[in-house]
Write a protein that binds this ligand. Sequence first.
Ligand code: ADP
Length: 217
Amino acid sequence: MIKLEGITKSFGSLQVLKGIDLEINKGEIVSIVGPSGAGKTTLLQIMGTLDEPDAGRVEIDGTVVSRMKEKELSAFRNHRIGFVFQFHQLLPEFTALENVMIPAFIARVPSKEARMHAMEVLDFMGMTDRASHKPNELSGGEKQRVAVARALINNPAVILADEPSGSLDTHNKEELHQLFFELRERLGQTFVIVTHDEALSKITDRTIHIVDGVIKV
Ligand code: ADP
């Protein structure tokens, strides 16, 4: 599902990624761990086509994205990849339902269809009764569920998550981790999760350690 070959990336004189080769299979749940500043977020951004490597090849779901032009790339990203961040990044003036619908709007899905699909995803999360709530009327765990629902609305092949449970308490963390596994069972998505949370990295199918810009074996 994801194939990286020879990925390097520098910011100015700082080489953050020093040659990453990595393959992640369809339906795998993989955690990426390592010290702060090791390059984990940079790697995730490159997998998500939000950043470009200086060198190397990025293939996602059979498509070599490292050769695509930005316009084509943004359509690919919006359809094939879902993102979940540490801080949910929901728009405060929109309801949960409207927030979930945003990527569908960007993908030009007709609004009736987008609304129906958003309700289905919220329903799957047990969030039907929160659909018309604004983010400030939701708990931390609920907000993060809405963020996951938003990542899922276009039925992406891959979900990339950067410290998704970083701002949650233990109970909500466990629920969110459980949700990833349920989604994989039900929808077959591939998950790549940057995390400091050992409770999560212990239960993922595979843990990739990044230290100083390389994968530690
Ligand atoms: P991690 O996620 O492992 O903590 P990051 O990938 O966020 O590490 O960052 C790795 C290094 O690259 C850090 O030293 C960080 O300051 C630097 N860095 C990340 N993004 C940028 C950027 N856009 N511009 C300059 N330096 C950056």
